[in-house]
Design a protein around this ligand. Structure first.
Ligand code: ADP
Length: 454
């Protein structure tokens, strides 16, 4: 069932409930009113007849019958009976209804008045007192006119209700159609968008309603998708470019080797150069792998408490092993005990974060030294990586964290421009952040702030 039909049906249901309820209430009240009125008329007829019979001496049974026979206010199928103190029927007029049983007479005397109906014949029995004597008057009749009026009213109501149902359904459908038109337009616009046309946007219209809001949210989502799609495309292009460079160098060098016989020294130099390229390629592949790992938010659920001091000592060993002139100094004066250096995280990723920052500090400074300082900032643990190197111009402070971005003048240091973007992703995955303070020629200080485990 379409939303449009469902809305129309729901609208119809609600309207039927209200309309049907109102009609039923009106019908019941009218029926009650008719009954009340007819009973009142019966009572009036009975009282007038009993008055003539009992209180006017000149009127006897025959005269009263004669008078009443021609009475224009007689009710349809009317029957009037009057019973004396001993339960004898002293007067009867109109339709034969049979005498009232004794027990019923007693009941009337007890309660003063009784009203009932047998089929369509309605009856009022009441006590009529005259001096000491208590007569019982029983009047019955059929409200032919009132009932037919009521039946007619019921029929009119039913027909009105049915016609109303049909009208309400179509009006509901048309309203639903009008209200859902923007949704349909939105669906058409969305259908037209595919991965190759991510630049397209859906129409938001000029209204400020919920659907316009939905369209705007969808466009925001498309903005984000387009950006991440583009970033991914750039990333792949950059990664392939970075891989192709050492691969081309390796194959070039190996080709040159095949041209002619070389001296053992030349072979040695060439092989070392190829090895260098291979190592660089290997490092790039490692970092790309770590990058993919750091993208995986599900990894957070596997986090365990990690001692960052131990991570730093291991990273120090790695960095110093990668270059004999490199040194890493670890200063833990800013923290007091073991609990201060605990963070929840992934040890391999955290180690890679520390290694990358230390390698950069060593790589971009003439003394090839990195200093790691531990500090507490509120509930966070901050690690500072400082060097006395070439520094970074302020305009590059943000860009150096983008994948594959390298400052134009790196002083000949080799790299792929992926280390800092990896650092940032790892810090963010751990609920932290990284920032840089540096100026050209004045060294650099990278601060990684991570939420402490305690
Ligand atoms: P890579 O070092 O492989 O080029 P990174 O992403 O680690 O890639 O760094 C991006 C750029 O930031 C580097 O090319 C370099 O110019 C600059 N940079 C990073 N660390 C430092 C540092 N400690 N001192 C000076 N420049 C740095």
């Amino acid at each position: 069932m379409t939303i449009r039909t469902r809305l129309a049906v729901q609208f119809l249901g609600a309207a039927s409930l209200v309309l049907g309820g109102a009609f039923i209430v009106v019908y019941v009240l009218t029926a009650d009113y008719r009954k009340e009125q007819f009973m009142g008329r019966l009572h009036g007829r009975g009282a007038a007849t009993a008055k003539l019979l009992i209180q006017v001496d000149e009127v006897d049974e025959q005269l009263l019958t004669k008078i009443e026979d021609d009475n224009p206010v007689r009710l349809p199928e009317e029957a009037i009976a009057v019973y004396d103190q001993d339960g004898r029927e002293i007067f009867h007029l109109g339709a034969k209804t049979g005498p009232l049983p004794m027990d019923e007479l007693e009941r009337v005397r007890k309660v003063g008045e009784l009203r009932d109906a047998v089929g369509e014949r309605e009856r009022v029995a009441f006590v009529f007192a005259a001096g000491e004597e208590r007569f019982v008057v029983v009047v019955s009749g059929m409200d032919i006119y009132g009932r037919s009026k009521l039946r007619n009213q019921g029929r009119v109501m039913l027909v009105t209700f049915l016609i109303g149902q049909v009208l309400i359904f179509f009006i509901g459908r048309s309203f639903a159609k009008r209200s859902l038109a923007p949704l349909q337009r939105l669906a058409q616009d969305i259908e037209a968008i595919s991965s190759t046309s991510l630049a397209q946007r859906v129409r938001t219209g000029s209204d400020h309603d919920e659907l316009a809001q939905l369209a705007r949210s969808f466009n925001t989502l498309l903005d984000e998708l387009q950006t991440s799609f583009q970033t991914q495309k750039n990333f792949i292009a950059n990664a392939s470019h970075e891989m192709r460079t050492p691969l081309t160098a390796i194959s070039g060098q190996l080709e040159v080797l095949t041209f002619k016989e070389r001296s053992p020294e030349e072979y040695g130099t060439m092989i070392r150069s190829v090895l260098d390229d291979m190592r660089s390629l290997n490092r790039l592949a490692d970092r790309l792998l770590l990058m993919a790992q750091a993208e995986n938010k599900a990894l957070v659920s596997t986090f365990v408490p990690v001692r960052l001091d131990e991570v730093c000592w291991q990273a120090r060993a790695d960095v110093q092993r990668s270059g004999p002139d490199r040194s890493v100094v670890i200063d833990m004066d800013g923290v007091e005990d073991e609990a201060d250096v605990l963070v929840n995280g992934n040890e391999d990723l955290l180690r890679s974060l520390v290694v990358n920052l230390c390698e950069n500090a060593c790589k971009y400074s003439t003394d090839h030294q990195a200093v790691i300082r531990f500090r507490r900032i509120g509930h966070d643990l901050a690690l500072e990586f400082a060097d006395a190197g070439m520094g970074i111009a302020p305009e590059d402070h943000d860009r150096i964290f983008e994948p594959f971005y390298r400052v134009t003048n790196t002083g000949g240091a080799r790299g792929h421009g992926i280390g800092l973007s990896l650092v940032r992703r790892i810090a963010e995955l751990h609920g932290g952040r990284v920032r840089v303070e540096s100026a050209p020629g004045q060294g650099a200080r990278f601060t990684v702030q991570l939420p402490a485990a305690h």
